[in-house]
Design a protein around this ligand. Sequence first.
Ligand SMILES: C[S@@+](CC[C@H](N)C(=O)[O-])C[C@H]1O[C@@H](n2cnc3c(N)ncnc32)[C@H](O)[C@@H]1O
Length: 281
Amino acid sequence: MKLKDIQYRFHEVLDADYGIEEVDSFFFMLIDFCFNVSRIQLAMDLDYQVKDTEKILEALQLLKEQKPVQYIIGETEFYGLTFKVNESVLIPRPETEELVECVIKQTDNNPAVNILDIGTGSGCIAISLAKNLENVKVYALDISEDALEMAKQNAKLNGVDVTFFKVDILNVDCIQHLKFDVIVSNPPYVREKEKPQMKPNVLEHEPHLALFVEDENPLLFYKAITDFAKVNLKEKGKLYFEINEFLGRSMITLLNDNNFKNIELKQDIFKKDRMIKGDKI
Ligand SMILES: C[S@@+](CC[C@H](N)C(=O)[O-])C[C@H]1O[C@@H](n2cnc3c(N)ncnc32)[C@H](O)[C@@H]1O
């Protein structure tokens, strides 16, 4: 079968759900994954033929069912690194790369540093920091055994040493003895009431444990992590959060009320409040 005919079929089946550009991007990712054929190779040979089409047509069906392409392929890219992903971990987002960038810039020239990533999921934050910073010891925790399994595979894949713990940060007691220079977290922050605005591929396939928090207590995780940081950050240690774009002001108040200083609220590339940092005095 000609690849061009498969591309035509992709557009026929998926354009109404995703739009032309996104469907092309799925198609090119999938021909690379299924046949090891690049977009350029196809452009140079428009009659390119493939034999075993079962895998790509199955992927087309899964996309129609709103399964994210990253779960179909089983991996994604984050901060220039490859991460394995499955439905037990959130697909790492570009906004989170900005958080990593910010931690790296502010940690770069420091001597030996202990870092903790809370709610590590795929391990994307912890592993990117371990890969890009020298003289760091990186720890990461999550409540989900399955997510930790994936994160451990990703640490191995990227050749870094990260110590993982299974911990419920809302009921934490077992790592009280460790002190950190940096604590970073992208915890669950989507309020249940925001569900109607979410796309079905996120809502139906990504882990709700990673996404949602009750409407009545949207800062639940931030409060617990701030309390934890008050005890477990070293003096002058830094606390970094990715945040819900609607809760920037409340987050400033939370950090202020807990005596954090040099608070910086930052926006992402879409000009939405997305990151906050505070220093423990
Ligand atoms: C928004 S995801 C972030 C995943 C990853 N750090 C990232 O940025 O892509 C939040 C993570 O917090 C974890 N989590 C949820 N409740 C938790 C709890 N009570 N204690 C520890 N981790 C929790 C979820 O399993 C999920 O991996």
